[in-house]
Structure formats: C-alpha cells, structure tokens
Design a protein around this ligand. Structure first.
Ligand SMILES: *Cc1c(COP(=O)(O)O)cnc(C)c1O
Length: 388
C-alpha cells in the first residue's frame, strides 16, 4: 500500500491493513465525556516519493493522497482558493504582509469541502455509494453538495438548532437530512450507529483519518502561492481541531520530504466561549466547559481531535490565543469593510486573533502572515443581526 496508519495517541503503526477509523487499541478505552483517543495519522513512503515540489504539484499531489487517481474527485473546483495580499489595513501602511486565504470560495462555501471531496473520491474508488456524517452544519452541507456532484448518497445528522442556511443547503443538495433534538455529540453517536449497522462510509471529523488528509491541501497551496516559501504565521480558527491538524500535516509532509526545513508558526485561535482545546493544553485531565459563542462552527464541548491537535502544538511549539465574541464581530465587520470578504463568525475568529496579535505588537517586521478564512458570512446571517 502507498500509505500506512499511525495512531496519534499510542503510536502503533498499521501496515497493509484495510481502511480503519480509529486505532482499535485506543478506541476500546474511549468514554463519552473525554476527547477520543486513537485518531489515525496517514503516512506515506516519504523516501520513495519525488522530493521536488513541482513534480508533486504536476501530479495533483497524488503521491501524498490516499487515492490512486484524481479521476474520482468531484467535477467542482475544490480548493485552489484565492490568496489576497495586503500591505495596508484600516488605512495604515504595514511593515509586514497580510494574506487572506479565502476558503469561502469552495463549492459549498466552506473549507470543509477539502475533506468531503477526498472522502467522497476514496469512497468512489472503493465502490461505496453512501456516505454518512454528523455535523454542526458546514461539514454536512459540504458532504451533501459534494455527494450531489458525485452521484453518491449522503445522510447527514445535524442538531436541529443549526443555522438555517446550512440546513437549507443540505436539503437543496438532495441529501437525507436527519435533524437531531440534541447536541452535535448526539448526532455523532447516531451517525456511528448508522455506519456500523449499514456499512455506510463515515465522514465524521477526527474519526475518518482522511478528513485530515483532505484538509492538508491548503498548506500545499499556500506554499505554492507564496512562490515556494512558507509563511511566518498561519492564523487558524479552531473548534474540534481538525482543520489546524490538517494545516500542520500538510507542512509536515513537506518537512518530511525536505522541501521545507522548518514549520510556520501555526496559531490556534479559539473563541473565549468555546476554548476547550486551549484551556486544557497543560491539564493532565481534560475538563470540559459548556461552550457558548456566536461562532457556531467552532462551538464544541468535547473537541474530537483534542489529543492530536495538542500534540502538534506541543511538538512544534506554536502559539495559541482566545478572542471574545465582541472581538469576533468587530473583526468580521472590519474584514468586510476592508477587503470585501464577508466571513462567518468562526472564520472571522482567525482575523480577530490576528488583530489581537497586531495590537500587542507581536507581528514580526517583514513577515508573511496568513489568515485562514474558513466559511462565508451568508451561512449565518443571524450572527450579525444585532449590528445591522
Ligand atoms: C469546521 C469549521 C471550523 C473549525 O474546524 P475544526 O476542525 O472543528 O477545528 C472553522 N471554521 C469554519 C467555517 C468551520 O466550518
């Protein structure tokens, strides 16, 4: 096989096995009230992969993907999103560069399409027709849209409280919508039950290891768009901690291939009202605070990828910070007015993190700073009702 799995918790390696969700050893000890152990990392035969970035690029990075051909990818433009550079903001000249990576330009208007596309392509390659997911909204609307393009069936479990636009998308794309009276965690459990009972493929974040592999493509793009340079910082909004792990993984793949020689400072930004990853960075025992934030896409009580995300932050000693709902709304308004990019609150959280760093004079002179904008503002109009 071109890839193998390694458990991000216990380190056990799995060669020549068929597809797996969680490490079977760690999965046994998982409990409801703790972040799951055993999320798998997908590793490749780095020694035998061409280490020239141009060659990887030419081949759609297939050497670093768990699929054999790009043919089974959806006939939609997933990824390849614009990177906009600014050297002034709010009418002020800057002595560094700011880049907005606008992932609201994906087919279903969020970053989640990167993961859905790969999961769907893998399913297609392996002749699996039905894919199921639990979601707070974006992952579900994304899978629904991608499956519509792929002639696959999507079944989506979502809390009934999800923003209307996201529920509407799921319906419009023709997926089977299962609204759940309860939280995302309940939706998650129901989706796993359906997977076990009917043999559907499961796209759940931090459960299906290929969600991380799909998400890592943003790092390859950034490296390419910066003319084969790494940025100094990447500000990433964090909920379950899968997007940020994808960003780490993409740059780490390039590090393994010696295409780059160090990691960027990949900065985790959480909302103060949902900071269960960052609040537990130095705790031996994970303690969950009830989340309450305007940024619904990153509102998480038990972050599914806590352990993996934490180990990346510790390994590469990267930075992290939280911002308040007020700062998130301010950032969202500021971003819209300055750039013409209207982001949903979860995405604006990354910009709020950048603005906080800027205020504290933590942005280095001549540096390249990327802000990852993960979803469109039209997905959650309620969030900004109060200011309009
Ligand atoms: C899912 C999502 C995030 C957070 O990603 P995690 O993997 O849960 O950390 C951020 N912004 C948007 C718009 C999202 O949909």
């Amino acid at each position: 096989m071109k890839y193998h799995f390694e458990c991000s918790t216990c380190g056990t390696k799995y060669y020549d096995t068929k597809f797996m969700y969680l490490c079977p050893i760690c999965e046994k000890t998982n409990t409801q009230d703790q972040p799951p152990k055993g999320v798998l990392k997908t590793l490749y035969d780095y020694k035998n992969i061409s280490s020239k970035f141009e060659d990887l690029e030419k081949n759609n990075f297939l050497d670093l993907m768990p699929i054999n051909s790009a043919e089974n990818m959806p006939n939609l433009r997933v990824g390849d999103t614009p990177l906009y550079m600014y050297q002034d903001l709010n009418g002020k000249k800057l002595d560094y560069s700011v880049y907005f990576k606008d992932d609201s330009q994906n087919p279903t208007f969020s970053f989640k399409d990167r993961a859905s596309a790969l999961v769907s392509a893998y399913a297609k390659e392996n002749k699996i027709q039905t894919i199921v997911a639990a979601s707070t909204g974006n992952a579900g609307s994304s899978l629904a849209g991608i499956c519509a393009a792929q002639n696959q069936k999507a079944i989506i479990y979502v809390p009934a409280s999800a923003p209307k636009a996201k529920l509407t998308q799921i319906k419009m794309y023709g997926a089977e919508l299962k609204t759940v009276d309860g939280t995302y965690d309940k939706a998650f459990d129901l989706s796993i039950e359906a997977t076990k009972k009917h043999g559907y493929f499961n796209r759940n974040t931090a459960y299906n290891p290929f969600t991380i592999e799909g998400k890592k493509t943003v790092s390859f793009e950034l490296f390419s768009q910066l003319n084969k340079n790494i940025p100094d910082t990447v500000f990433v909004p964090v909920g379950d901690g899968v997007i940020i792990s994808g960003v780490f993984k993409g740059f780490e793949d390039l590090l393994m291939l010696k295409i780059i020689d160090k990691m960027p400072n990949i900065i985790a930004v959480q909302s103060e009202g949902s900071r269960n990853i960052l609040a537990n960075m130095d705790n031996d025992n994970f303690v969950s605070e009830k989340s309450n934030t305007i940024a619904d896409s990153i509102s998480v009580d038990i972050p599914r990828n806590f352990l993996f995300c934490k180990s990346y932050i510790k390994k590469y000693q990267t930075s992290y910070l939280t911002v308040s709902d007020t700062e998130i709304i301010e950032a969202s308004v500021n971003l819209s007015k300055n750039t013409g990019i209207f982001s949903e609150p979860a995405a604006a959280t990354a910009f709020a993190g950048f603005m906080k760093y800027q205020k504290e004079n933590k942005i280095i002179e001549n540096s390249k700073n990327v802000i990852l904008l993960t979803g469109s503002g039209l997905k959650d109009l309620n969030a900004v009702q109060s200011i309009i």
